[in-house]
Design a protein around this ligand. Structure first.
Ligand SMILES: [Zn+2]
Length: 216
């Protein structure tokens, strides 16, 4: 994995990540199962889960996607000028397998001390698996958000007027407004008491009837 210090994902590279509207919206259960087994085998499921790789915005030079927690633990991910933040505090948030077949951050956060150390053997195995499943451009590596939301699901909407998305925790029985649909974009893995792999949907993005995110 590349270190963030001194290297920020260039905007033209970020802009090659599929837009939400263009990304596939369904991952085969068998593929998720294979990925989950790998997480369990390497015992990294506490730290990370997987996401549907996508972006919502085009970046200009020197811009990044930055996650910040607002009051009430609301995660806002916004387009941000890299010079407006202390670059030494930038840490990877979400990573994807780039065209060089290296995991690279494409969204950042500021100084989150919970960012785990990645072991190379896990990343190498995940790289090989995603390639063999033809999911290199479809699956991302994301923080496991399960700590604060045992019975909830994260719902992401696009904010009006600014280039940002906002993620809030909703009850698991949450459903989108009539006419809207929700696409599952995040999963975590764990083993139940019988040692069976469980795949838990943890995040969804809302699409309105016009095919884009809700504006709240
Ligand atoms: Zn999204």
């Amino acid at each position: 994995m590349q270190h963030t210090t001194g290297h920020i994902l260039p905007a033209p590279t970020f802009n090659k990540i599929p837009r939400f509207e263009h990304q596939v919206h369904v991952i085969a259960p068998a593929a998720l199962h294979a990925i989950g087994e790998l997480f369990i085998e390497h015992d990294v499921q506490q730290h990370y889960g997987v996401g549907l790789l996508h972006r919502h915005f085009d970046l200009q030079d020197n811009q990044i996607m930055l996650h910040r927690l607002n009051a009430g633990d609301i995660d806002v991910c916004s387009v941000c000028d890299v010079h407006s933040v202390d670059a030494t505090l930038l840490v990877p948030h979400s990573l994807y397998l780039n065209s060089m077949l290296t995991f690279e951050p494409f969204e950042y956060s500021l100084g989150d001390t919970r960012v785990p150390h990645f072991d190379t053997s896990f990343l190498d195995a995940l790289r090989d698996l995603l390639i063999s499943l033809a999911l290199r451009e479809t699956i991302s590596l994301v923080p496991n958000p399960s700590d604060g939301m045992p019975n909830g699901i994260i719902v992401e909407n696009t904010l009006a007027g600014i280039e940002a998305t906002q993620s809030t925790v909703q009850p698991r029985e949450w459903t989108p407004h009539k006419g809207d649909t929700a696409v599952i974009t995040g999963w975590r893995f764990h083993q139940d008491q019988l040692g069976r792999l469980q795949i838990v949907e943890v995040k969804e993005c809302v699409k309105n009837g016009a095919g884009v995110h809700n504006v709240t």
